[in-house]
Design a protein around this ligand. Structure first.
Ligand code: NAD
Length: 391
């Protein structure tokens, strides 16, 4: 049986994420494999419509990848029924207005994070989407990292006993742009353009923490701009007005304490660009993007602090690697397949606009905590004023 076509408006495909992860690694890979298999045994085949502001760039992309449809006219695309899904990978600032139009047009919507720049707006988008009865989803790619999948399995299997704490180190050195080109877009370093590492990374930490360990109940963060001037894509110097590092402490439901450092001004001295250590009463784990090592309670060394004698013990050698039992899969593609099944056959997809809004809220509270020096409680529901945590 021929697969059913599924039209997808893809807005922002000339960008880093839109092109590489969403178009190339996800939608074109799905097209290449003959579509997404459904529970019924049928398949749906994706048909992308590239949308953007620059006709030349879109035409070139479409030709390069054998894509028939592209346009600079989003309004016209939204009017056509054959495009069922609207997907947004634009700069964050441009996103809410486009999503509002897509909701009004009755499209199902899949978007990059953050869904909006403020929690109030992110929550409003969630409410509008729910009122319109459309399917809505937000990326949650970090949960698909092989290392984090192994971590999820360790949590589910009860390996840790009672989980006590989580320590995360994320980051790498992003070049200033003078003697080596910066490896991230310059808007990331300008607050006025929606940049900043808190806005970028706290939405990720929110869904990682709430899906693996428990909802975030309070946050204390210190956001700083370590590198205050940079050179942009055209070689012009600019003031870096956004935070490029954030040091956060998050208390989770169930009592787990998570500390996560996020930085674009740190040189990597770890196995991978992100690493989490989880300590529990019965065992600990250290995971990265791919790797996962564990140390059970019964194989824990017994260090004794003695500054007078060099310690010959190989602490890193005590850890046991967890094998790759599952083939690694691109997280963005897996998410797309999950969302497509959600749209066409009501498959599960808990990563909706509301979960996206919780991520935006954590970023907002993180910045407020940094400004005020206060630990803030994350309210259960509604927009709510941030409360100063008293515990
Ligand atoms: N999930 C992740 O791991 C991850 C990683 C990086 C970025 N992101 C998110 O993806 C989005 C895009 O980030 P990126 O790094 O690909 O950025 P980018 O600058 O590479 O791409 C941005 C896209 O938006 C378009 N654009 C730029 N200014 C615009 C404007 N004023 N109006 C409309 N469109 C405009 C650009 O043409 C381009 O297509 C951001 O919201 C960012 O937070 C997510």
């Amino acid at each position: 049986m021929a697969p059913k076509p599924l039209g997808i408006i893809m807005n922002g495909v000339t960008g880093r994420m839109g092109y590489r992860q969403h178009l190339l690694r996800s939608i074109l890979a799905i097209r290449e494999q003959g579509g997404v298999p459904l529970a019924s045994g049928e398949r749906v085949q994706v048909r992308p419509l590239l949308v953007g502001r620059r006709a030349d760039a879109l035409r070139e992309l479409a030709e390069r990848h054998g894509i028939e449809d592209w346009t600079t006219d989003l309004a016209a695309a939204l009017e056509e029924d054959r495009w069922r899904i609207y997907a947004d990978f634009q700069v964050t600032r441009a996103r809410p207005a486009a999503i509002r139009r897509a909701i009004a047009a009755g499209k199902d919507i899949y978007t990059e994070k953050p869904t909006a720049e403020t929690y109030a707006e992110a929550l409003e988008l969630a409410e509008l989407a729910e009122a319109a009865g459309i399917r809505n989803g937000v990326v949650h790619d970090k949960l698909f990292l092989p290392g984090l999948r192994k971590l999820g399995r360790l949590v589910e299997s009860g390996f840790f006993g009672q989980i006590l704490s989580v320590r995360g180190e994320f980051g790498y050195w992003v070049f200033e742009g003078d003697w080596q080109a910066a490896q991230r877009p310059s808007w990331n370093y300008r607050a006025e353009d929606g940049g900043g590492i808190v806005v970028d990374m706290f939405p990720h930490w929110n869904y990682v923490l709430e899906n693996l360990f428990g909802r975030v109940e309070s946050v204390y963060a210190r956001a700083v701009t370590h590198v205050s001037s940079r050179i942009d894509e055209r070689g012009r110097p600019y003031a870096a007005t956004a935070d490029d590092a954030a040091y956060g402490v998050f208390e989770l439901a169930g009592g787990v304490v998570a500390q996560i450092n996020s930085s674009w001004a740190v040189r990597v001295h770890r196995r991978e660009l992100v690493e989490f250590q989880v300590d529990g009463t019965h065992g600990s784990a250290v995971v990265g993007l791919f790797d996962c090592r564990i140390q059970p309670r019964n194989a824990t060394p017994r260090p004794v602090w003695n500054p007078d004698v060099p310690d010959p013990h190989d602490y890193l050698g005590d850890w046991l690697p967890v094998p790759d039992n599952d083939p690694a899969e691109n997280g963005f593609k897996a998410q797309w397949e999950q969302f497509i099944r959600h749209v066409v056959e009501d498959g599960p997809h808990p990563y909706d606009f509301r979960s996206g809004a919780r991520g935006v809220r954590l970023a907002e509270l993180g910045l407020e905590s940094s400004r005020t020096g206060r630990r803030l409680r994350v309210a259960d529901a509604g927009v709510g004023e941030a409360e100063v945590a008293t515990r």
